[in-house]
Design a protein around this ligand. Structure first.
Ligand SMILES: [Mg+2]
Length: 190
């Protein structure tokens, strides 16, 4: 079995970090709600993000992002999940940033592949490349991701104050919805 993780909002609680860095980078005053709304569908189609040079943005945030800490609880849980399944990451953000962050947190060995922005803007295409069976799970936290990926099971992680609200996630109808990273194991393996 393959567990394919979204990165932001699942492995890293990066919502406020990205809003702050994006405002610094663009000189625009983007509200938390505007940024949240961009994740209701594929992030690259959001109107106010259309002319962003994403490579520049990710270079701009590289040092700070790659030094972020993943919580010990999430690391322990990933270890437990990795004993049962192959793990990889499918993200819209930069592979090199994510890989550096995983390395900094000494969890890079757990993931067989990381497909990010460099591998294409469509999460569906990247998920198709990563997924090898109908038993696989895509573990994500935003409405756009749930709506885009209809071909296998989707487990959605809802954590208060991170990206999307529970009510919006429920409406998008994921296979399962859990409220903490620690609930993923039981939701999938019991
Ligand atoms: Mg996410």
């Amino acid at each position: 079995m393959h567990l394919i993780f979204d990165h932001d909002g699942v492995i890293d609680n990066s919502f406020k970090f990205h809003v702050r860095k994006f405002c610094e980078f663009s000189g625009k005053d983007i509200s938390l709600d505007d940024f949240r709304a961009a994740f209701m569908w594929n992030i690259f189609t959001a109107e106010f993000l259309k002319d962003v040079d994403w490579e520049w943005y990710h270079n701009f945030i590289f040092l700070e992002q790659s030094q972020r800490s993943i919580s010990p609880e999430i690391k322990d849980e990933l270890k437990r999940l990795n004993e049962k399944a192959t793990l990889s990451i499918c993200s819209s953000w930069e592979e090199k940033n994510i890989e550096a962050l995983l390395k900094h947190n000494e969890i890079d060995d757990m993931f067989t592949r990381v497909l990010g922005r460099e591998s294409g803007s469509s999460k569906v295409e990247k998920l198709q490349r990563l997924s090898t069976s109908s038993q696989d799970w895509f573990i994500t936290d935003t409405v756009g991701d749930i709506l885009e990926w209809k071909e296998a099971w989707v487990l959605t992680l809802w954590i208060e104050g991170w990206y999307h609200e529970k009510i919006a996630l429920k409406k998008a109808n994921p296979t399962k919805l859990v409220a903490s990273f620690q609930d993923i194991y039981e939701a999938i393996f019991s």
